[in-house]
Design a binder for this molecule. Structure first.
Ligand SMILES: Nc1nc2c(ncn2[C@@H]2O[C@H](COP(=O)(O)OP(=O)(O)OP(=O)(O)O)[C@@H](O)[C@H]2O)c(=O)[nH]1
Ligand SMILES: [Mg+2]
Length: 292
């Protein structure tokens, strides 16, 4: 499977060269108007929808606009809690997830839960066929979710093919991609979607939240230091332990020390704060810094 090291332009990853091309920024700006329409299209064309959530941020990565659409259109949903390797299952808020059914915990990196998910899809597909006259047609399974939650990775594992590309940057998948699961079940990959009402390309706090979730890529965020401060506020000791730097919960101190340690310096022997902050965001978004 193509993971982590490949950017959408196909070049090998080099953390010291983080690109922020004007085209990428233009793509993000376009995202707002473009993808909600796509979400509607996917819900309409699908019989079953897999909502891929990040197990670390289940509440935050639910898209209520898409879920409402699914209900309105009377389609079936399966909640897929991906990246479960990055959490302690014992500590999960059972009360909250109790209502989300059917659900499957999955880890694409550890290949866990995939068989259970495949079986659930097949059972639901059977039920859909009973209710609708689908004998002649394929059952369509739309895969939706916030950017970077692992939609494409789930599809690749389910189908056993590297049919759709994956990458550590949010906004990797650009259009609808159809992949055969069985002779009568079709999977549909889609670009990550942030709900319209939550989207902002100007509010720093909103952008930092999305960066924390991985929905806005570390190389696309405008002020990486602000995003690091947001993550530090919530998980100070996790970040400090990962880099083995004691900063008393102060993100500026952490960036300063880490930058010096890595020799990320600019003119005047100053720390390159932007580059250092982006490195932290990259490690965070790639799941290197675990919340366990
Ligand atoms: N630790 C961990 N990482 C995962 C898992 N699933 C996916 N990833 C990583 O998460 C990143 C995003 O995966 P993708 O499958 O490209 O996610 P996506 O939802 O298709 O992303 P977009 O197309 O950008 O919306 C990649 O770096 C994957 O390797 C998982 O279960 N555990
Ligand atoms: Mg994708």
């Amino acid at each position: 499977m193509r993971v982590n090291q490949v950017y959408s332009h196909g070049k090998k990853h080099d953390s010291s060269r983080i690109s922020r091309s004007p085209q990428r920024l233009k793509n993000i700006k376009r995202q707002k108007g473009k993808y909600p329409l796509l979400a509607e299209k996917i819900v309409q064309m699908s019989d079953i929808i897999l909502e891929i959530l990040d197990s670390r941020f289940i509440k935050e990565t639910r898209n209520s606009e898409i879920e409402d659409m699914i209900k309105r259109e009377n389609k079936k949903i399966i909640y897929v809690f991906n990246k479960s390797d990055l959490i302690d299952l014992e500590k999960i808020d059972r009360g909250y997830i109790e209502k989300l059914n059917p659900k499957v915990f999955v880890s694409c990196t550890k290949r866990g839960g995939i068989k259970e998910l495949r079986d659930r899809i097949k059972i639901l597909a059977g039920k859909v066929k009973e209710h609708v006259d689908k004998r002649a047609n394929k059952i369509t399974v739309g895969v939706v979710g916030y950017p970077n939650t692992g939609k494409s990775s789930v599809i690749n594992l389910l189908s056993g093919k590297n049919a759709t590309r994956t990458g550590s940057e949010a906004g990797f998948t650009k259009g609808i991609i159809k992949v055969k699961l069985t002779s009568d079940i079709l999977l549909v990959d889609s670009p990550g979607i942030i709900p319209n009402k939550e989207y902002s390309s100007s509010n720093n706090l909103v952008m930092s939240q999305h960066t924390k979730l991985g929905a806005r890529a570390y190389n696309q965020v405008k002020e990486p230091e602000v995003a690091v401060a947001e993550i530090m506020k919530e998980f100070p000791s996790i970040i400090e332990n990962f880099y083995d730097i004691d900063s008393d919960g102060d993100s500026e101190v952490l960036i300063e020390n880490l930058g010096r340690q890595r020799k990320f310096l600019i003119k005047g022997n100053k720390v390159d704060e932007d580059r250092t902050a982006r490195l932290i965001l990259k490690d965070w978004q790639e799941g290197k810094i675990k919340r366990i």
